[in-house]
Design a protein around this ligand. Structure first.
Ligand SMILES: [Cu+2]
Length: 396
């Protein structure tokens, strides 16, 4: 018995020593549109800017290598060739004008050689003029909102949220969660609605944020730009390949910073226009009458979905929250109290707490989710139904 345990321990040690790391890594597949297993270089470029960034990365790298070899080669040669044991004495001189001019001019020339191409690429990155399509990206804790504001698709607007199921993210209550997570090659890097753009078109991305600083980052596009509340920044890309490309929020933005991936679906011009037509049709169908009076069962069913998409990460599926961090909604004073109080909390957020404003959701969505919380988890609020008109009345 003890011998078996001993053997297992030895095996584990040997595996770790003999590349157990590589074996473990190979169980994970390359991510389509994301990093490859054991990828060492930068992401494969899909835009000219990304290709230029690759080039300058390796150019500077090789300049450093050449300087390194020259400087350390000369030092090593001097140390070995002129060592004291061979009878060499140190030369004593100072104020050598020739040397001083050389060590000023040579680094200056190196800096200029590095700065010229770098400047050209920075200027290229910042040139957002003459875009074919302009999309506003807004960072929220913790999702992205996309509004197509100019070009084909103008008027399309949606939220883009993590679509990895909670049962893969949390081990605790879900048998087999770990296995499902390992079999999902786009784990935490997938969204319900990706940004869709046409190939070979200049897309200008206008960035801002609703709460804290986020950053929009797609490595394959060579694009990374902070999204700052109260400010507007812009960037651009022209994707040269059809396909799906993935990135993540690149500015630490709170609890779920790791859970707001960015997915861009690059399509052929034709497929893009098809998508635009579909979206427009869907938007027309979805345009809800904000004056509609709903039945409570319909509001609850709708609200459960809104809760699962927007609230569950903090308040949890069982409505119990996370003690000490995120308040429970089951038995909550706000949820069981006057409806205006809860509508205000959801619309404005609670300054100084993690509760953000959810005013970007529609009146119907907010009415549905509030009604859901007032009737779920054994809650029996006296005012148990909130209609879209109630929410509209509280909006400022
Ligand atoms: Cu973020």
């Amino acid at each position: 018995m003890l011998r078996t345990e001993f053997r297992h321990a030895i095996e584990a040690l040997a595996l770790a020593a003999l590349g157990g790391w590589a074996t473990a890594a190979s169980a994970v597949a390359d991510m389509p549109g994301g990093p490859r297993v054991n990828q060492l270089n930068l992401a494969e470029p899909v835009t000219q800017v990304a290709a230029d960034l690759h080039w300058i990365h390796w150019f500077v790298m090789w300049v450093c290598v050449v300087i390194f070899v020259l400087v350390f080669g000369a030092m090593l040669y001097a140390i070995v060739k002129h060592r004291k044991s061979k009878g060499h004495a140190a030369a004593e001189f100072h104020e050598s004008t020739a040397v001083e001019i050389a060590w000023t001019i040579v680094p200056f020339l190196i800096i200029v050689a590095l700065a010229l191409p770098a400047t050209r690429i920075v200027v290229e990155q910042k040139d957002t003029a003459n875009a074919d399509l302009t999309i506003k990206a807004t960072g929220y804790q913790w999702k992205w909102g996309y509004d197509y504001i100019k070009g084909d698709g103008e008027g399309i607007s949606f939220l883009s949220m993590l679509s990895t199921p909670r049962d893969q993210i949390e081990d605790r209550n879900y048998p087999g969660a770990k296995e499902r997570r390992e079999q999902n090659p786009t784990y935490l890097m997938e969204v319900d609605h990706p940004m869709v753009v046409p190939v070979n078109k200049k897309v200008r991305v206008v960035l801002t944020a609703n709460d804290v600083i986020h950053a929009w980052y797609i490595p394959a596009f060579g694009l990374k730009q902070d999204a700052i509340p109260g400010f507007v920044r812009d960037a651009w890309f022209r994707a040269e390949k059809v396909g799906v490309f993935r990135g993540q929020c690149a500015e630490l933005c709170g609890k779920d910073h790791a859970f707001m991936p960015i997915v861009v679906d690059v399509r052929s011009e034709e497929d893009y226009l098809k998508w635009v037509a579909e979206q427009k049709k869907e938007m027309l169908a979805k345009a809800e009458d904000p004056g509609k009076v709903w039945a409570i069962a319909d509001l609850e069913a709708r609200g459960e979905k809104v809760f699962a998409a927007n609230c569950v990460a903090c308040h949890q599926a069982n409505g119990k929250g996370v003690p000490g961090t995120f308040p429970a909604l089951a038995g909550s004073k706000v949820v069981l109290g006057k409806k205006q109080g809860q509508i205000d909390t959801v619309l404005q957020g609670r300054p100084g707490t993690a509760m953000a404003s959810f005013k970007q959701l529609s009146d119907t969505e907010l009415a549905a989710v509030i009604t859901y919380t007032r009737n779920a988890w054994g809650n029996k609020a006296p005012e148990n139904i909130v209609q879209p008109a109630d929410v509209a009345a509280e909006r400022k």
